[in-house]
Ligand binder design. Structure first.
Ligand code: SF4
Length: 445
Protein backbone atom coordinates (compact mmCIF):
# COMPACT_ATOMS: atom_id res chain seq x y z
CA UNK A 1 0.00 0.00 0.00
CA UNK A 2 1.39 3.44 -0.90
CA UNK A 3 2.66 5.45 2.08
CA UNK A 4 1.46 8.97 2.79
CA UNK A 5 3.90 11.92 2.90
CA UNK A 6 3.87 11.82 6.72
CA UNK A 7 4.60 8.06 6.78
CA UNK A 8 7.57 8.64 4.48
CA UNK A 9 8.75 11.60 6.59
CA UNK A 10 9.00 9.34 9.66
CA UNK A 11 11.58 7.21 7.79
CA UNK A 12 13.77 10.15 6.63
CA UNK A 13 16.78 11.48 8.66
CA UNK A 14 14.85 14.69 9.64
CA UNK A 15 17.98 16.89 9.61
CA UNK A 16 16.65 19.33 6.98
CA UNK A 17 20.15 19.47 5.45
CA UNK A 18 18.77 20.42 2.01
CA UNK A 19 21.23 18.14 0.13
CA UNK A 20 18.24 16.70 -1.80
CA UNK A 21 17.31 20.15 -3.13
CA UNK A 22 14.20 20.41 -0.95
CA UNK A 23 14.09 22.96 1.90
CA UNK A 24 13.05 20.35 4.50
CA UNK A 25 12.76 16.58 4.92
CA UNK A 26 8.97 17.01 5.06
CA UNK A 27 8.95 18.81 1.70
CA UNK A 28 11.05 15.97 0.23
CA UNK A 29 8.67 13.40 1.75
CA UNK A 30 5.71 15.12 0.08
CA UNK A 31 7.53 15.07 -3.27
CA UNK A 32 8.24 11.34 -2.84
CA UNK A 33 4.59 10.64 -2.03
CA UNK A 34 3.60 12.41 -5.26
CA UNK A 35 6.32 10.48 -7.15
CA UNK A 36 8.03 13.75 -8.09
CA UNK A 37 11.37 12.80 -6.50
CA UNK A 38 13.59 9.74 -6.21
CA UNK A 39 14.86 8.22 -2.94
CA UNK A 40 18.42 8.39 -4.32
CA UNK A 41 18.32 12.20 -4.02
CA UNK A 42 18.70 11.90 -0.23
CA UNK A 43 22.32 10.77 0.40
CA UNK A 44 21.79 10.27 4.15
CA UNK A 45 18.87 7.84 4.14
CA UNK A 46 19.60 4.62 6.04
CA UNK A 47 19.60 1.25 4.30
CA UNK A 48 16.68 0.05 6.48
CA UNK A 49 14.56 3.11 5.65
CA UNK A 50 15.37 2.75 1.95
CA UNK A 51 14.33 -0.91 1.98
CA UNK A 52 11.08 -0.10 3.79
CA UNK A 53 10.24 2.70 1.36
CA UNK A 54 11.07 0.64 -1.74
CA UNK A 55 8.97 -2.22 -0.40
CA UNK A 56 5.98 0.05 0.19
CA UNK A 57 6.18 1.50 -3.32
CA UNK A 58 5.90 -1.94 -4.98
CA UNK A 59 2.53 -2.46 -6.69
CA UNK A 60 0.13 -4.69 -4.64
CA UNK A 61 -0.02 -7.24 -7.50
CA UNK A 62 3.22 -7.69 -9.44
CA UNK A 63 3.15 -6.93 -13.15
CA UNK A 64 4.78 -9.82 -15.02
CA UNK A 65 5.89 -9.74 -18.64
CA UNK A 66 6.12 -12.95 -20.64
CA UNK A 67 7.59 -13.49 -24.12
CA UNK A 68 9.71 -10.97 -25.97
CA UNK A 69 9.65 -8.21 -28.57
CA UNK A 70 6.26 -7.63 -30.21
CA UNK A 71 4.89 -10.77 -28.54
CA UNK A 72 5.09 -9.68 -24.92
CA UNK A 73 2.07 -10.61 -22.79
CA UNK A 74 1.60 -8.68 -19.54
CA UNK A 75 -0.28 -10.21 -16.61
CA UNK A 76 -1.08 -8.90 -13.12
CA UNK A 77 -0.51 -5.26 -12.18
CA UNK A 78 -4.17 -4.76 -11.20
CA UNK A 79 -5.09 -2.20 -8.57
CA UNK A 80 -8.83 -2.61 -7.95
CA UNK A 81 -11.28 -5.36 -7.00
CA UNK A 82 -14.06 -4.11 -9.23
CA UNK A 83 -13.75 -2.65 -12.70
CA UNK A 84 -16.12 0.22 -11.90
CA UNK A 85 -13.73 1.46 -9.17
CA UNK A 86 -11.24 2.45 -11.89
CA UNK A 87 -10.43 -0.08 -14.61
CA UNK A 88 -8.65 -3.40 -15.11
CA UNK A 89 -5.38 -2.93 -16.97
CA UNK A 90 -3.99 -6.29 -18.10
CA UNK A 91 -6.47 -8.65 -19.63
CA UNK A 92 -6.43 -12.33 -18.71
CA UNK A 93 -4.02 -14.06 -21.08
CA UNK A 94 -5.44 -17.10 -22.88
CA UNK A 95 -3.14 -20.07 -23.47
CA UNK A 96 -3.97 -23.27 -25.33
CA UNK A 97 -2.24 -26.52 -24.47
CA UNK A 98 -0.26 -28.87 -26.71
CA UNK A 99 0.86 -32.30 -25.44
CA UNK A 100 4.30 -33.72 -26.12
CA UNK A 101 2.70 -37.11 -26.86
CA UNK A 102 1.48 -35.81 -30.22
CA UNK A 103 3.48 -37.10 -33.16
CA UNK A 104 5.34 -34.56 -35.30
CA UNK A 105 2.61 -33.91 -37.83
CA UNK A 106 -0.15 -33.73 -35.20
CA UNK A 107 1.92 -31.33 -33.11
CA UNK A 108 2.66 -29.10 -36.10
CA UNK A 109 -1.05 -29.11 -36.96
CA UNK A 110 -1.89 -28.16 -33.37
CA UNK A 111 0.61 -25.27 -33.38
CA UNK A 112 -0.73 -24.05 -36.73
CA UNK A 113 -4.29 -24.28 -35.44
CA UNK A 114 -3.42 -22.18 -32.36
CA UNK A 115 -1.54 -19.65 -34.51
CA UNK A 116 -4.51 -19.31 -36.87
CA UNK A 117 -7.18 -18.70 -34.23
CA UNK A 118 -8.32 -15.17 -34.89
CA UNK A 119 -11.45 -13.13 -34.22
CA UNK A 120 -12.42 -9.62 -35.30
CA UNK A 121 -14.82 -7.93 -32.87
CA UNK A 122 -15.82 -4.25 -32.68
CA UNK A 123 -12.75 -3.40 -34.73
CA UNK A 124 -10.30 -5.26 -32.53
CA UNK A 125 -8.17 -8.17 -33.66
CA UNK A 126 -8.20 -10.99 -31.08
CA UNK A 127 -5.88 -14.00 -31.04
CA UNK A 128 -4.54 -16.59 -28.59
CA UNK A 129 -1.76 -15.24 -26.37
CA UNK A 130 0.35 -18.25 -25.38
CA UNK A 131 1.02 -21.95 -25.93
CA UNK A 132 1.27 -24.31 -22.94
CA UNK A 133 3.47 -27.32 -23.67
CA UNK A 134 2.45 -30.23 -21.42
CA UNK A 135 4.95 -32.97 -20.53
CA UNK A 136 2.31 -35.69 -20.81
CA UNK A 137 4.92 -38.23 -21.97
CA UNK A 138 6.87 -37.76 -18.70
CA UNK A 139 10.09 -37.95 -20.74
CA UNK A 140 12.54 -35.10 -21.26
CA UNK A 141 13.33 -36.21 -24.80
CA UNK A 142 9.79 -35.85 -26.14
CA UNK A 143 9.20 -32.63 -24.22
CA UNK A 144 12.34 -30.99 -25.63
CA UNK A 145 11.62 -32.19 -29.16
CA UNK A 146 8.07 -30.78 -28.96
CA UNK A 147 9.43 -27.52 -27.56
CA UNK A 148 11.81 -27.22 -30.54
CA UNK A 149 8.81 -27.41 -32.88
CA UNK A 150 6.89 -24.76 -30.95
CA UNK A 151 9.87 -22.39 -30.86
CA UNK A 152 10.45 -22.87 -34.60
CA UNK A 153 6.81 -22.27 -35.54
CA UNK A 154 5.49 -19.72 -33.05
CA UNK A 155 6.73 -16.51 -31.48
CA UNK A 156 4.13 -16.63 -28.72
CA UNK A 157 5.26 -16.85 -25.08
CA UNK A 158 5.42 -20.43 -23.79
CA UNK A 159 4.23 -22.10 -20.59
CA UNK A 160 6.34 -25.16 -19.78
CA UNK A 161 4.21 -27.68 -17.88
CA UNK A 162 6.26 -30.41 -16.21
CA UNK A 163 6.87 -31.52 -12.60
CA UNK A 164 10.51 -32.42 -13.32
CA UNK A 165 13.08 -29.66 -12.55
CA UNK A 166 15.74 -31.26 -14.79
CA UNK A 167 13.38 -31.38 -17.79
CA UNK A 168 12.36 -27.77 -17.10
CA UNK A 169 15.99 -26.68 -16.83
CA UNK A 170 16.86 -28.21 -20.22
CA UNK A 171 13.72 -26.67 -21.75
CA UNK A 172 14.41 -23.20 -20.34
CA UNK A 173 17.87 -23.22 -21.94
CA UNK A 174 16.11 -23.45 -25.31
CA UNK A 175 13.78 -20.53 -24.44
CA UNK A 176 16.49 -17.95 -23.78
CA UNK A 177 14.96 -15.63 -26.41
CA UNK A 178 11.64 -15.24 -24.56
CA UNK A 179 10.56 -14.88 -20.93
CA UNK A 180 8.90 -18.17 -20.03
CA UNK A 181 6.42 -19.30 -17.41
CA UNK A 182 7.18 -22.61 -15.68
CA UNK A 183 4.31 -24.69 -14.28
CA UNK A 184 4.77 -25.76 -11.59
CA UNK A 185 6.60 -25.96 -8.33
CA UNK A 186 4.67 -27.96 -5.76
CA UNK A 187 5.41 -28.87 -2.14
CA UNK A 188 7.75 -31.69 -3.24
CA UNK A 189 9.93 -29.99 -5.87
CA UNK A 190 9.82 -26.38 -4.65
CA UNK A 191 13.51 -25.93 -3.81
CA UNK A 192 14.77 -27.49 -7.07
CA UNK A 193 12.24 -25.60 -9.19
CA UNK A 194 13.19 -22.32 -7.50
CA UNK A 195 16.88 -22.97 -8.22
CA UNK A 196 16.13 -23.65 -11.91
CA UNK A 197 13.76 -20.68 -12.32
CA UNK A 198 16.23 -18.36 -10.62
CA UNK A 199 19.19 -19.51 -12.73
CA UNK A 200 17.19 -19.21 -15.97
CA UNK A 201 15.30 -16.01 -15.00
CA UNK A 202 11.94 -17.69 -15.56
CA UNK A 203 8.59 -16.92 -13.99
CA UNK A 204 7.62 -19.75 -11.62
CA UNK A 205 4.06 -20.92 -11.03
CA UNK A 206 3.39 -22.37 -7.57
CA UNK A 207 0.75 -25.08 -7.37
CA UNK A 208 -0.77 -25.86 -3.99
CA UNK A 209 -3.62 -27.90 -2.54
CA UNK A 210 -5.08 -24.95 -0.66
CA UNK A 211 -4.45 -21.28 0.12
CA UNK A 212 -2.52 -22.03 3.34
CA UNK A 213 -0.03 -24.18 1.41
CA UNK A 214 0.14 -21.60 -1.39
CA UNK A 215 0.91 -18.90 1.15
CA UNK A 216 3.80 -20.91 2.67
CA UNK A 217 5.18 -21.82 -0.77
CA UNK A 218 5.10 -18.20 -1.91
CA UNK A 219 7.01 -17.08 1.19
CA UNK A 220 9.57 -19.84 0.75
CA UNK A 221 10.02 -19.14 -2.97
CA UNK A 222 10.55 -15.49 -2.15
CA UNK A 223 13.14 -16.37 0.49
CA UNK A 224 14.90 -18.47 -2.18
CA UNK A 225 15.20 -15.40 -4.41
CA UNK A 226 12.16 -15.87 -6.70
CA UNK A 227 10.53 -12.51 -7.37
CA UNK A 228 8.35 -13.36 -10.37
CA UNK A 229 5.64 -15.81 -9.39
CA UNK A 230 2.27 -17.00 -10.68
CA UNK A 231 -0.14 -18.57 -8.18
CA UNK A 232 -2.10 -21.75 -8.95
CA UNK A 233 -4.58 -22.53 -6.18
CA UNK A 234 -5.82 -25.60 -8.11
CA UNK A 235 -9.30 -26.24 -9.46
CA UNK A 236 -11.68 -28.78 -7.96
CA UNK A 237 -15.00 -26.97 -7.98
CA UNK A 238 -15.93 -23.67 -9.59
CA UNK A 239 -17.35 -22.44 -6.31
CA UNK A 240 -14.13 -23.30 -4.43
CA UNK A 241 -11.90 -21.69 -7.06
CA UNK A 242 -14.00 -18.55 -7.16
CA UNK A 243 -13.61 -18.32 -3.39
CA UNK A 244 -9.81 -18.85 -3.61
CA UNK A 245 -9.32 -16.27 -6.37
CA UNK A 246 -11.41 -13.70 -4.53
CA UNK A 247 -9.43 -14.26 -1.32
CA UNK A 248 -6.13 -13.90 -3.17
CA UNK A 249 -7.23 -10.66 -4.84
CA UNK A 250 -8.71 -9.23 -1.63
CA UNK A 251 -5.67 -10.04 0.50
CA UNK A 252 -3.25 -8.61 -2.05
CA UNK A 253 -5.18 -5.36 -2.62
CA UNK A 254 -6.88 -4.66 0.70
CA UNK A 255 -4.22 -6.03 3.09
CA UNK A 256 -1.21 -5.58 0.79
CA UNK A 257 -0.36 -9.20 1.61
CA UNK A 258 2.84 -9.75 -0.37
CA UNK A 259 2.81 -13.59 -0.69
CA UNK A 260 -0.44 -13.25 -2.68
CA UNK A 261 0.62 -10.16 -4.65
CA UNK A 262 1.05 -12.09 -7.92
CA UNK A 263 -1.13 -12.99 -10.92
CA UNK A 264 -3.06 -16.27 -10.81
CA UNK A 265 -2.93 -19.06 -13.41
CA UNK A 266 -5.90 -21.42 -13.83
CA UNK A 267 -6.09 -24.62 -15.91
CA UNK A 268 -9.63 -25.09 -17.23
CA UNK A 269 -10.24 -28.78 -17.85
CA UNK A 270 -13.75 -29.96 -18.55
CA UNK A 271 -15.17 -32.42 -21.04
CA UNK A 272 -18.34 -30.38 -21.28
CA UNK A 273 -17.60 -27.46 -23.58
CA UNK A 274 -20.41 -25.31 -22.18
CA UNK A 275 -19.00 -25.74 -18.68
CA UNK A 276 -15.55 -24.85 -20.08
CA UNK A 277 -17.02 -21.54 -21.24
CA UNK A 278 -18.68 -20.94 -17.86
CA UNK A 279 -15.47 -21.75 -15.92
CA UNK A 280 -13.29 -19.63 -18.21
CA UNK A 281 -15.62 -16.63 -18.11
CA UNK A 282 -15.79 -16.86 -14.31
CA UNK A 283 -11.99 -16.84 -14.04
CA UNK A 284 -11.72 -13.93 -16.47
CA UNK A 285 -14.17 -11.90 -14.39
CA UNK A 286 -12.60 -12.94 -11.05
CA UNK A 287 -9.52 -12.77 -11.19
CA UNK A 288 -7.17 -14.96 -13.25
CA UNK A 289 -4.08 -13.51 -14.96
CA UNK A 290 -3.80 -16.56 -17.25
CA UNK A 291 -6.22 -19.33 -18.19
CA UNK A 292 -5.05 -22.47 -19.97
CA UNK A 293 -7.55 -24.27 -22.20
CA UNK A 294 -7.45 -27.51 -24.17
CA UNK A 295 -10.07 -26.49 -26.70
CA UNK A 296 -9.44 -24.81 -30.04
CA UNK A 297 -13.12 -24.87 -31.01
CA UNK A 298 -14.49 -21.57 -32.20
CA UNK A 299 -17.82 -21.96 -30.37
CA UNK A 300 -15.89 -22.37 -27.10
CA UNK A 301 -13.37 -19.60 -27.68
CA UNK A 302 -15.62 -16.88 -29.12
CA UNK A 303 -17.77 -16.39 -25.98
CA UNK A 304 -14.62 -16.49 -23.84
CA UNK A 305 -12.75 -13.80 -25.80
CA UNK A 306 -15.95 -11.75 -26.02
CA UNK A 307 -16.32 -11.88 -22.24
CA UNK A 308 -12.68 -10.89 -21.85
CA UNK A 309 -13.05 -7.99 -24.24
CA UNK A 310 -16.09 -6.73 -22.33
CA UNK A 311 -14.46 -7.00 -18.90
CA UNK A 312 -11.17 -5.44 -19.96
CA UNK A 313 -12.58 -2.52 -21.92
CA UNK A 314 -11.95 0.67 -19.96
CA UNK A 315 -15.43 1.95 -19.02
CA UNK A 316 -14.06 5.48 -19.04
CA UNK A 317 -12.80 5.23 -22.63
CA UNK A 318 -15.43 4.31 -25.22
CA UNK A 319 -14.21 2.06 -28.01
CA UNK A 320 -14.25 4.08 -31.21
CA UNK A 321 -13.80 3.65 -34.94
CA UNK A 322 -12.03 6.13 -37.19
CA UNK A 323 -14.34 8.98 -38.26
CA UNK A 324 -14.36 8.84 -42.07
CA UNK A 325 -16.41 7.73 -45.09
CA UNK A 326 -16.79 3.93 -45.25
CA UNK A 327 -17.76 2.07 -48.43
CA UNK A 328 -19.94 -1.05 -48.62
CA UNK A 329 -19.88 -3.01 -51.90
CA UNK A 330 -18.83 -0.83 -54.84
CA UNK A 331 -20.83 2.36 -54.38
CA UNK A 332 -20.98 4.95 -57.18
CA UNK A 333 -22.28 8.48 -57.64
CA UNK A 334 -25.90 7.33 -57.23
CA UNK A 335 -25.40 5.29 -54.06
CA UNK A 336 -26.99 6.30 -50.75
CA UNK A 337 -25.00 7.93 -47.94
CA UNK A 338 -26.01 7.20 -44.35
CA UNK A 339 -24.50 9.01 -41.38
CA UNK A 340 -23.76 7.81 -37.84
CA UNK A 341 -21.36 8.36 -34.92
CA UNK A 342 -17.97 6.79 -34.20
CA UNK A 343 -19.03 4.72 -31.17
CA UNK A 344 -17.69 1.30 -32.09
CA UNK A 345 -20.79 -0.59 -31.02
CA UNK A 346 -22.99 1.75 -33.09
CA UNK A 347 -20.75 1.33 -36.14
CA UNK A 348 -20.65 -2.46 -35.81
CA UNK A 349 -24.44 -2.55 -35.45
CA UNK A 350 -25.07 -0.39 -38.50
CA UNK A 351 -22.34 -1.75 -40.80
CA UNK A 352 -23.55 -5.40 -40.95
CA UNK A 353 -27.10 -4.22 -41.73
CA UNK A 354 -25.87 -2.16 -44.68
CA UNK A 355 -23.84 -5.17 -45.86
CA UNK A 356 -26.89 -7.42 -45.40
CA UNK A 357 -28.99 -5.14 -47.60
CA UNK A 358 -26.78 -6.03 -50.57
CA UNK A 359 -27.07 -2.38 -51.65
CA UNK A 360 -23.76 -0.62 -52.38
CA UNK A 361 -23.70 2.35 -49.98
CA UNK A 362 -21.57 4.86 -48.11
CA UNK A 363 -21.55 5.34 -44.33
CA UNK A 364 -20.29 8.70 -43.10
CA UNK A 365 -18.95 8.41 -39.52
CA UNK A 366 -18.58 11.64 -37.53
CA UNK A 367 -16.34 12.18 -34.52
CA UNK A 368 -18.69 12.01 -31.53
CA UNK A 369 -15.93 11.20 -29.02
CA UNK A 370 -17.14 7.60 -28.93
CA UNK A 371 -20.77 8.31 -28.03
CA UNK A 372 -23.78 6.54 -29.50
CA UNK A 373 -26.23 8.52 -31.65
CA UNK A 374 -28.73 9.62 -28.98
CA UNK A 375 -26.06 10.24 -26.32
CA UNK A 376 -23.98 12.27 -28.76
CA UNK A 377 -27.04 14.27 -29.83
CA UNK A 378 -27.89 15.02 -26.14
CA UNK A 379 -24.26 16.00 -25.47
CA UNK A 380 -24.17 18.18 -28.61
CA UNK A 381 -21.49 15.99 -30.21
CA UNK A 382 -23.76 14.98 -33.11
CA UNK A 383 -25.13 18.32 -34.29
CA UNK A 384 -26.09 19.61 -37.76
CA UNK A 385 -22.94 21.75 -37.74
CA UNK A 386 -20.66 18.77 -36.91
CA UNK A 387 -22.32 16.57 -39.55
CA UNK A 388 -22.12 19.35 -42.19
CA UNK A 389 -18.47 19.99 -41.34
CA UNK A 390 -17.67 16.26 -41.71
CA UNK A 391 -19.54 16.19 -45.05
CA UNK A 392 -17.45 19.12 -46.24
CA UNK A 393 -14.14 17.62 -45.07
CA UNK A 394 -15.00 14.32 -46.77
CA UNK A 395 -15.84 16.21 -50.02
CA UNK A 396 -19.15 14.36 -50.42
CA UNK A 397 -20.05 16.82 -53.22
CA UNK A 398 -17.49 15.18 -55.48
CA UNK A 399 -18.35 11.60 -54.42
CA UNK A 400 -22.09 11.48 -55.19
CA UNK A 401 -24.29 13.48 -57.55
CA UNK A 402 -27.62 13.33 -55.70
CA UNK A 403 -26.95 15.57 -52.64
CA UNK A 404 -29.11 13.45 -50.31
CA UNK A 405 -27.99 12.23 -46.90
CA UNK A 406 -29.80 9.75 -44.60
CA UNK A 407 -29.73 10.45 -40.85
CA UNK A 408 -30.71 7.98 -38.07
CA UNK A 409 -34.45 7.99 -37.32
CA UNK A 410 -33.87 8.75 -33.62
CA UNK A 411 -32.44 12.19 -34.50
CA UNK A 412 -35.06 13.20 -37.08
CA UNK A 413 -35.17 16.50 -35.22
CA UNK A 414 -31.81 17.41 -36.83
CA UNK A 415 -33.14 17.31 -40.39
CA UNK A 416 -34.32 20.93 -40.84
CA UNK A 417 -31.18 22.55 -39.46
CA UNK A 418 -28.93 20.10 -41.30
CA UNK A 419 -30.61 20.99 -44.61
CA UNK A 420 -29.98 24.67 -43.84
CA UNK A 421 -26.29 24.32 -42.93
CA UNK A 422 -25.34 21.69 -45.53
CA UNK A 423 -27.57 22.63 -48.48
CA UNK A 424 -28.33 18.89 -48.90
CA UNK A 425 -31.69 17.14 -48.81
CA UNK A 426 -31.92 15.25 -45.51
CA UNK A 427 -33.80 11.94 -45.45
CA UNK A 428 -34.82 10.36 -42.16
CA UNK A 429 -33.74 6.72 -42.00
CA UNK A 430 -35.01 3.95 -39.71
CA UNK A 431 -34.72 4.27 -35.93
CA UNK A 432 -33.19 0.83 -35.50
CA UNK A 433 -30.26 -0.53 -37.53
CA UNK A 434 -32.33 -3.64 -38.27
CA UNK A 435 -34.59 -1.47 -40.45
CA UNK A 436 -31.73 -0.47 -42.79
CA UNK A 437 -31.99 -3.33 -45.36
CA UNK A 438 -35.72 -2.70 -45.85
CA UNK A 439 -35.14 1.05 -46.02
CA UNK A 440 -32.41 0.77 -48.67
CA UNK A 441 -34.39 -1.71 -50.76
CA UNK A 442 -37.85 -0.14 -50.57
CA UNK A 443 -37.62 3.52 -49.58
CA UNK A 444 -34.28 4.88 -50.79
CA UNK A 445 -34.53 6.52 -54.25
S1 SF4 B 1 18.77 15.25 1.90
FE1 SF4 B 1 17.65 13.83 3.18
S2 SF4 B 1 18.07 14.50 5.24
FE2 SF4 B 1 18.63 16.18 3.91
S3 SF4 B 1 16.80 17.45 3.76
FE3 SF4 B 1 16.71 16.06 2.08
S4 SF4 B 1 15.52 14.38 2.87
FE4 SF4 B 1 16.19 15.52 4.65
Amino acid sequence: MALSGLDIYKLLPKTNCKKCGSPTCLAFAMKLAMKKASLDECPDITAEAKKALEESSRPPIALIKLGSGDNVVEIGGETVLFRHEKTFYHQTAIAISADDTLDDSALLARIKEIENISFERVGQHISIDMIALVNKSSTAEKFLSALDKILQNSKKPVILVSPDPKTIEAALKKCSDRKTLVHAADSKNLKDMCAVAKACKAVLALKAKNLEELDKMSQEANSLGIEEIALDPGFETLHGSLNDLTQIRRLSLKRNYRPFGFPVIMFVKNNDKYQTVVDSCTFIAKYAGVIVLDSTEEDVLLPIVTMRQNIYTDPQKPVTVEPKLYKFGSPDKNSPIMVTTNFSLTFYTVAPEIEASGNPAYLLVTDSEGMSVLTAWAAEKFTPEIIAETMKKTELDSIVSHKKIIIPGYVAVLSGKLEDVSGWQVLVGPKEASGIPKYLKEIWK
